[in-house]
Design a binder for this molecule. Structure first.
Ligand SMILES: Cc1cc2nc3c(=O)[nH]c(=O)nc-3n(C[C@H](O)[C@H](O)[C@H](O)COP(=O)(O)O)c2cc1C
Length: 175
């Protein structure tokens, strides 16, 4: 049987992004299962803002992203917390690409600076994805904050446990 493809979408544009580190850890967990995985790191693409027109009106990079989103059966959508919610880059991604995610499975992950100012983004985003695109949002969410990392290494055991729970939930949905 062909392996299901999970696209891990990393939306922080910071060169020293912790969200990106979290995504790498999630990939390691998912790679222990029978999935094909790929990280889509938005830092590597020339991004454009949503202008409400068809995907063919955007640049080559945006069309490449669209194809990758369309080909995948499930997603990990990871974003940095900005002003208690998801970042504008993350919302722009959803505005342009979420219709290619229609009725598929998605898990959410976020990284914040502080330890307590984060729930709004996950709640809002899961509502948007469910209501607008009928996306099956997995209840196991992963949250990390800057203190969970020692330099570039994720050291917080509770976050690691959440990654395992998220990968298990993904497996139950897809396999
Ligand atoms: C514009 C802006 C707003 C932010 N707002 C919050 C916030 O409301 N709560 C919080 O905990 N951290 C906030 N932060 C800190 C980021 O969440 C933190 O830098 C985090 O590491 C970002 O993820 P990244 O390293 O993957 O880019 C904010 C950062 C920026 C740049």
């Amino acid at each position: 049987m062909e392996k299901k493809k999970i696209l891990l979408i990393q939306t922080s544009l910071n060169a020293e992004s912790k969200t990106a580190l979290l995504v790498e850890e999630a990939k390691k967990e998912l790679d222990k299962k029978e999935f094909e995985t790929e990280i889509l790191d938005l830092r590597n693409y020339s991004l454009q803002f949503c202008k409400g027109t068809g995907i063919e009106t955007y640049n080559e990079d945006m069309q490449t992203i669209f194809r990758k989103v369309q080909e995948a059966q499930a997603y990990i959508f990871a974003f940095p917390v900005y002003n208690f919610s998801f970042s504008g880059v993350a919302k722009n991604f959803i505005d342009i690409f979420s219709y290619a995610m229609d009725s598929k499975v998605c898990a959410l992950m976020q990284n914040s600076g502080g330890e307590r100012s984060f729930l709004l983004g996950i709640a809002e985003l899961s509502m948007i994805l469910k209501m607008h695109n009928n996306i099956d949002v997995i209840n196991e969410v992963v949250h990390s904050s800057q203190g969970d990392f020692d330099g570039t290494v994720l050291v917080q055991e509770k976050v690691k446990e959440k990654l395992v729970a998220m990968a298990d939930a993904m497996e139950k949905k897809l396999l």
